[in-house]
Design a protein around this ligand. Structure first.
Ligand SMILES: [Zn+2]
Length: 252
């Protein structure tokens, strides 16, 4: 029963914070303050009433249209809210309502924002990476989980590894294989993972990105593909199951 209540709380909080994630995704790349003004329609700029700000439900009751100008609201908004809620539920299922669980939820939302801005705007904002990295390092001072030194080393290894990839890509393929945003995102994630698990995260991201990229190229004949979503997936997998993945891999 108790775990049912916890799951419900994780879902509801996940929806509310997912709504805030939408604010971050829209505002950080546009350099708009995340505190003021309050939420507004991106088309007509009309401020939203409390009834129009309920995660997912408002989108459904409004029929996916702005109540002020009637323009279509992107389905991205309820999708981000749902994905964040399900992510938080997933983190809760693995970690429980513990300190690493709460940190994992915040990491999940940060990665979701990074993946979404990379998909929609083609950038991973510096401020987001900086904020995440500082939070990850600060969390390591809590006496369960990573030590601060491991956290710092994770950031250095994560950033350094992608820097090497980026330089190799430029040398071998004569093009930008990886953006600076990817590098900063993996450095920030390394602060949550430590040096071992950040390697696991990078490995998962590169393999998943390469497989998907090969299929994507076959189907669409297009070259570029944002790497941020794969990094986000790799980091989350490493955070939740990295030790098990590492043990399995070393056993092979
Ligand atoms: Zn509007």
């Amino acid at each position: 029963m108790a775990s049912f209540v916890y799951a419900f709380v994780a879902l509801v909080l996940g929806l509310v914070v997912g709504s805030f994630a939408n604010v971050l995704i829209y505002r950080i790349p546009r350099r708009i303050s995340i505190l003021r003004p309050g939420s507004f329609c991106p088309d007509c700029k009309a401020p939203l009433t409390a009834n129009e700000k309920i995660p997912v439900l408002s989108y459904l009751t409004l029929g996916g249209k702005c109540a002020h100008c009637g323009k279509r609201i992107s389905p991205r908004y309820p999708i981000i809210e749902l994905v964040n809620a399900l992510g938080w539920l997933g983190v809760f299922a693995v970690e429980g309502f513990t300190f690493p669980g709460v940190v994992g939820c915040i990491l999940f939302t940060g990665l979701l924002v990074a993946a979404a801005t990379d998909l929609t705007e083609g950038v991973i904002p510096n401020k987001l990476c900086l904020g995440l990295g500082i939070f990850g390092l600060a969390a390591s001072f809590y006496p369960f989980g990573l030590e601060p030194l491991e956290s710092l080393l994770g950031a250095l290894v994560g950033g350094g590894l992608l820097l090497i990839f980026a330089l190799l890509g430029r040398l071998v393929f004569k093009r930008e294989a990886m953006g600076g945003g990817d590098l900063k995102l993996l450095a920030a994630s390394g602060a949550f993972l430590g040096w071992k698990l950040v390697l696991v995260a990078a490995f998962i991201a590169v393999v998943a990105g390469a497989l998907y990229g090969a299929v994507y190229k076959l189907v669409t004949k297009k070259e570029t593909l944002p790497f941020g979503p794969f990094l986000a997936a790799g980091v989350m997998a490493a955070y939740l199951a990295g030790d098990a993945i590492l043990a399995w891999y070393l056993f092979l």
